[in-house]
Design a protein around this ligand. Structure first.
Ligand SMILES: Cc1cc2nc3c(=O)[nH]c(=O)nc-3n(C[C@H](O)[C@H](O)[C@H](O)COP(=O)(O)OP(=O)(O)OC[C@H]3O[C@@H](n4cnc5c(N)ncnc54)[C@H](O)[C@@H]3O)c2cc1C
Length: 299
């Protein structure tokens, strides 16, 4: 690296943390230090930071709230960038609402509810931000957030672009963006909906998560994608994997597609456990599970 972070030669107004432990920023509570953890104030601040990182050949990674990230134990060489300050929501006109990348999913649903708009209640209980939800096409009950998205505001090569969602390739837990694209905001096309109806959806979703999905330990939600529209947990159960442990990483006793940290697990524990689960499922069902969590960091 040609430049020390302490001497960052740019007028950066946001917050910079050096050697920041990623276990503090991931719901699985694992992950070694990131060389630099940056929280820009706004788009100009982000743009200055990115030009410096690119000129200095320093790789970077976007983070939302880390609810879907498994960070390796050696941490992240380079920068992790959080858009937590990008948290405005605006009603555009009629049925359109624009939310910046750092807005929490439930805050968007509540804002829409206040405007008498709905159709996005299914994201109420999905933890995380709009940026993370868009990148993952997060969803529930067979719906994904991109179905309700009209267009994205992207930072691409230092310029702001508006890209219509129908110009992009996306599907189940998948959105293909160009390398280096950053989601600054998303604009949603919603429909008129009685606030009490949205309230019912929110309550039902939160109740489901409080009961059936309450695994009692840190997790990243579903660890594996559902293969061929079938529930991954059924294959994991059939392979006898419920409750299996490696170190302090365990296949949850409550929901077998949740891998949980029962106290002090390492990333390697999760990687080893995931391998055991995948091999067992392949041996018993012939199905190859694919991780839904994003595995990042130095090998
Ligand atoms: C208890 C629990 C339940 C869950 N239930 C569900 C569920 O029902 N459905 C579901 O889909 N998921 C679920 N998840 C997983 C997780 O909540 C979602 O994937 C969520 O969308 C992640 O959001 P995040 O802001 O934490 O993103 P992160 O995990 O921080 O990041 C996810 C990905 O998005 C990228 N990213 C983040 N922000 C940006 C940006 N601004 N621009 C470009 N890329 C970006 C990151 O680099 C990473 O690749 C659950 C997780 C937990 C812990």
């Amino acid at each position: 690296m040609s430049c020390r972070y302490e001497d960052l030669p740019i007028p950066f107004r946001g917050r910079l943390l050096l050697g920041e432990p990623m276990q503090l920023h991931t719901s699985l509570k694992v992950g070694g230090p990131a060389d630099l953890y940056a929280i820009p104030e706004d788009t100009d601040d982000l743009t200055s930071l990115l030009s410096w990182l690119e000129e200095s050949n320093i790789p970077w990674l976007m983070i939302g709230r880390g609810y879907n990230l498994l960070v390796r134990d050696k941490g992240i060489r380079g920068a992790v960038i959080s858009l937590e300050k990008f948290n405005h929501i605006t009603a555009i006109d009629g049925s359109m609402i624009k939310a910046e990348a750092g807005v929490e999913n439930l805050a968007l649903v509540r804002f829409a509810q206040g405007k008498g708009l709905g159709g996005i209640g299914f994201i109420s209980g999905i933890p995380g931000t709009i940026g993370g939800a868009i990148k993952m096409n997060a969803g529930a009950y067979g719906k994904g957030i991109l179905e309700r998205t009209d267009h994205l505001t992207l930072l691409r090569n230092g310029n702001v672009h508006e890209v219509r969602i129908d110009e992009l390739d996306y599907g189940y837990r998948h959105l293909k963006l160009e390398v280096g694209d950053i989601v600054l905001a998303a604009t949603f096309s919603l429909e008129e909906c009685e606030p009490h109806h949205t309230e019912e959806q929110i309550r039902n979703d939160l109740e489901l998560r409080r009961t059936k999905h309450n695994v009692g330990y840190p997790s990243a939600g579903s660890f594996f994608k559902n293969p061929q529209e079938q529930a991954a947990w059924r294959f994991i159960d059939s392979a006898g994997m419920r409750g299996v442990k490696v170190g302090a990483a365990q296949v949850s006793e409550v929901h077998s597609n949740f891998l949980v940290n029962i106290g002090g697990a390492t990333c390697q524990n999760f990687l080893d456990l995931a391998k055991i689960v995948k091999n067992a499922v392949h041996a018993t069902s012939g199905v190859t599970l694919e991780e839904e969590v994003r595995i990042v960091g130095q090998i």
